[in-house]
Design a protein around this ligand. Structure first.
Ligand SMILES: [Zn+2]
Length: 354
């Protein structure tokens, strides 16, 4: 018996007219209308022990629903354990994490145009980290409360939606990123190719390029390339509007060609770690090959990614950027070492498959 079925057996009226999908069950919300609403509007997740009401916006851990049904703590624990939603046999860490952070799942409506029908909420996690609502709105970032994921729309250079990536806000939940495919197929205005894959999408999409490129055509300003959504939004919020992001780790030939049609100068601002180092070499070489002038932005030593830097520090990183060829000379030995390491690990993993 699932947790929702257990709830229905306790309070049958909540289950009347309920609608299940693969990821959640819509039930009559017990927090408004006396639990008697005509059209059930409270989503109870099948994937995590949480609920969210689309009408009254009440949300929280599923144990609250059982408490309302009159159960005590021990009985609730027993039910959650038996349904794999908590206790010793279930993902207890997950449940605890959700309990502690439950208001991370509360969102505030910010998007006028929903990316997908339900993703109009601002992710509380990013607001707390200092991302402004207007930044999140600009980048169309939403929150999917059914799957508890921050949603990032992926658009091609013409601005057409070609995918959505959803990062979990629950520590340890796998996969960390959900790729929305079925949800997009249901939308008449989105064309998802039959052979849709995240790998090909990553190679094609340079995040935010559809906004940046038209400006670059006119101004010929430099473009900044970061690694990942957060780095891109943070750099943008710090005053650099011509910023884009790699969705994966490395710049593709398609990216290089796209950039070559947009502007002459490129500033690389990947993460300050091994992956960023390798990514900078790959990107730098490819961009030189298409005839661009390439610079590498300089981090203060102890910082790992753009969102570790404040506005002034990002400005400094830009002003102190070094030409890629100089940077390449400085980091050549480190590159050879890290690259050899990576190859060795790869070979080892092939010889001893887990
Ligand atoms: Zn409600």
């Amino acid at each position: 018996m699932s947790a929702v079925e257990a709830l229905f057996s306790l309070v049958p009226q909540l289950g009347e007219g309920s609608k299940p999908s693969s990821e959640y069950v819509l039930i009559r919300c017990p927090f408004h209308g006396g639990g008697m609403e005509h059209t059930p509007s409270c989503s109870v997740s099948k994937l995590a022990p949480v609920f969210f009401c689309h009408s009254c916006l009440e949300s929280g851990h599923i144990s609250r629903l059982f408490k309302l049904a009159g159960l005590g703590r021990d009985s609730i624990d027993r039910i959650l354990r038996s349904t794999g939603m908590g206790g010793a046999s279930g993902p207890a860490g997950l449940a605890r994490d959700i309990k502690q952070n439950v208001d991370l799942y509360r969102g505030t409506f910010i998007l006028d145009d929903a990316i997908l029908d339900t993703y109009r909420l601002a992710p509380e996690e990013l607001l707390r980290k200092g991302y402004e609502k207007k930044t999140l709105r600009h980048f169309e970032v939403g929150f999917d409360y059914t799957n508890l994921r921050i949603t990032f729309p992926l658009r091609n250079v013409y601005g057409q939606l070609v995918g959505v990536s959803g990062r979990t806000v629950v520590a340890g939940m796998e996969p960390r990123y959900k790729i929305y495919v079925e949800e997009l197929r249901r939308r008449p205005d989105v064309k998802i190719p039959d052979d849709y894959s995240m790998d090909s999408t990553k190679k094609a999409v340079l995040w935010h390029a559809h906004v940046v490129r038209p400006f670059l055509f006119r101004s010929n300003d430099p473009i900044i390339i970061t690694e990942g959504f957060k780095a891109c939004m943070w750099t943008y919020q710090s005053g650099f509007e011509n910023v884009t992001a790699l969705v994966g780790l490395s710049l593709s030939k398609q990216h290089a060609e796209l950039i070559a049609t947009a502007t002459k100068q490129v500033y690389l601002f990947l993460d300050n770690n091994t992956a960023g180092l390798l990514g900078t070499f790959i990107a730098g070489d490819k961009l030189l090959a298409v005839g661009r002038e390439v610079f590498v932005m300089k981090y203060p030593d102890d910082r790992g990614q753009p969102d570790d830097l404040n506005e002034i520090e990002i400005e400094d990183a830009y002003i102190n950027a070094v030409p890629y060829l100089t940077w390449r000379e400085q980091h050549g030995k480190q590159y050879i070492y890290e690259n050899e390491n990576r190859r060795r690990n790869w070979r080892a993993s092939r010889q001893n498959p887990v």
